[in-house]
Ligand binder design. Structure first.
Ligand code: NAD
Ligand code: LMR
Length: 328
């Protein structure tokens, strides 16, 4: 039996938490032979802590063989202690008519404190995945507070966007979902994100040779993927939760699977035209469990360059907005 890993989850009693925790405890995130200890962190609000107790009771009632312990706390110093993975979900979701960046004022502050505490108390091999919106900039904020843990350990989730893009391409081409490969998301988890359809393949052929409707690829396809979160809020009256939890399972599972190729928002060092030090979605290849390299060499045409410039501009604006907060 492997040693259990400690997985800290913030916002554990929230909508995403309710879909996520059971998948982690079942082995979907770290594999069927990896025991886990869940360290569940909630806001210091009586109602949230009470709800968390209920979630923990349900986890107990699932009798998951891999679940070796549950910590429940409203103290981040306790919750992140010795954590090998820190899944930062807890934050306010947007409502109708809002953009994710509108959440920066409320949510940005959370990631300052959590970045500092994770850096102080998490395990030496800690990895951090940010979901709370605006995810890219919140991730940058948390990483800005770390002195011990390298910035590369801090990733933000664009996997939901990749999954959305994969499905839209499969539906348009009339093929099974699994026929669509190598669709990567560049930039911000916002309507400016760029799903780079020109590099995708469908049944091993360039996607653009299967879907020859360039106007659809450049227009409705990019727009549907970019605005899918808002469409779900409009339909459901609440932001996506089960699909977001599923995407986080995919995000981490791919990051612990050497050879996996997937989209992750990582610290830019200038590749693909992104400003250094913004967290931008890019294609990565997992090297060793928890580590990755950015896949370089995808050629960008003029359309792709203009899309990347727009999403990079938004990321730099968000960074400027929080410059005072992060003291930079
Ligand atoms: P929710 O309101 O249902 O749950 C959020 C939970 O976080 C609440 O239980 C709240 O008490 C808790 N919380 C707030 N501040 C906290 C703190 N400082 N420490 C610990 N817990 C705290 O929201 P949700 O639907 O679960 O969404 C959570 C976040 O994820 C939102 O910001 C949402 O916009 C974002 N989201 C991101 C993606 C993505 O693809 N990146 C997808 C869906 C949702
Ligand atoms: C999503 O993409 O579904 C989430 O980021 C929630 C939102 O605010 O759109």
């Amino acid at each position: 039996m492997k040693t259990p890993i400690r997985v800290a989850v913030t916002g554990a009693a929230g909508q995403i938490g309710y879909s996520l925790l059971f998948r982690i405890a079942s082995g979907a995130m770290f594999g069927p032979d990896q025991p886990v200890i869940l360290q569940l962190i909630e806001a210091p609000i009586e109602k949230a802590m009470k709800a968390l107790e209920g979630v923990a009771m349900e986890l107990d009632d699932c009798a998951f063989p891999l679940l070796k312990g549950i910590v429940m706390t409203d103290d981040a110093k306790v919750g992140f202690k010795d954590a090998n993975w820190c899944l930062l979900v807890g934050a306010k979701p947007r409502g109708p008519g809002m953009e994710r960046a509108d959440l920066l004022k409320d949510n940005g502050q959370i990631f300052i404190g959590q970045g500092q505490i994770i850096d102080a108390v998490a395990a030496a091999d800690a990895r951090i995945a940010v979901v709370g919106n605006p995810a890219n900039t919140n991730c940058m904020i948390a990483a800005s507070q770390a002195k011990r843990l390298p910035a590369e350990r801090f990733t933000a989730m664009v996997r939901l966007d990749q999954n959305r893009a994969q499905t839209q391409l499969a539906k348009k081409a009339g093929v099974d979902l699994t026929a669509v490969q190598n669709i990567f998301i560049y930039g911000n988890h916002s309507p400016t994100m760029f799903p780079a359809f020109a590099h995708a393949t469908i049944s091993g052929k360039p996607a653009t040779s299967v879907i020859t409707d360039t106007a659809w690829l450049q227009g409705p396809f990019c727009e549907t993927v970019g605005k899918r979160g808002a469409a779900i809020i409009a339909a459901r009256g609440a932001s996506s939760a089960a699909s977001a939890a599923n995407a986080l399972v995919d995000h981490v599972r791919s990051l612990v699977t050497p050879g996996a190729i997937h989209s992750v928002a990582v610290k830019s060092n200038g590749l693909y035209g992104f400003d250094a030090n913004v967290w931008a979605g890019m294609p990565v290849r997992t090297t060793t469990p928890g580590s990755y390299e950015v896949i370089t060499g995808y050629a960008m045409d003029d359309f792709a360059k203009s899309k990347i410039a727009a999403t990079n501009k938004e990321l730099t604006e968000e960074r400027a907005f929080v410059a005072e907060l992060i003291g930079k």
